[in-house]
Design a protein. Structure first.
Length: 186
């Protein structure tokens, strides 16, 4: 754990954090404005698995993949998933450093609060597992199993829960930084 802590500390330069934030935001914007809408054109109003924070079941995946048709499944597998393989890494690195940056401003980076900086990595791992699960489902369509859908759905749910917890922690941290700044001016 000490080595992760030292790596984070060594990379807490404002410019580096801003650069990574902008890069990960650009990749995210590209996904939500280009690749996801391209796949969604084939989905007939159904949500993609990546966009279902509460998970999904076998019947939903069957219906979605049927709605997507061959062209939509191809776009999902060869356009959306490749971009989404870069994003979890960027998310994990960027948001770990963003939180660490603000925790350091509160003098809380040393000690147990540092462990919150690991949440983006856990979410990123769950996102990768979800992506691999979606690849398995797409490549085995229509013969994927209920178990493979259930496992992939669990990773989707895990990603969503950990991401939500992280953003609550980050929001709380930002509020504390703002309050500290306001109190400093008084």
């Amino acid at each position: 754990m000490k080595s992760i802590h030292s790596i984070v500390n060594a990379n807490l330069k404002g410019k580096k954090v801003v650069f990574l934030f902008l890069l990960s935001t650009l990749v995210y914007i590209f996904m939500i404005s280009v690749t996801i809408p391209h796949v969604m054109e084939h989905a007939r109003g159904m949500s993609l698995l990546d966009m279902m924070p509460l998970g999904y079941d076998f019947e939903y995946v069957q219906a979605l993949f049927n709605s997507l048709g061959e062209a939509g499944r191809h776009a999902y597998l060869y356009r959306q998933i490749p971009i989404d393989m870069a994003y979890p890494f960027l998310f994990a690195i960027t948001y770990s450093l963003v939180l660490a940056f603000f925790l350091k401003k509160l003098n809380k980076l040393e000690g147990p609060f540092f462990y919150f900086c690991l949440l983006p990595f856990i979410a990123g791992l769950a996102d990768y597992a979800e992506n691999f699960g979606v690849v398995v489902l797409l490549t085995n369509y229509p013969d994927f199993s209920i178990l493979s859908v259930t496992i992939t759905s669990i990773f989707s749910l895990t990603k969503s829960c950990i991401t939500t917890i992280f953003f609550l922690v980050l929001t709380g941290t930002l509020i504390l930084v703002a309050l500290k700044s306001i109190n400093k001016k008084k």
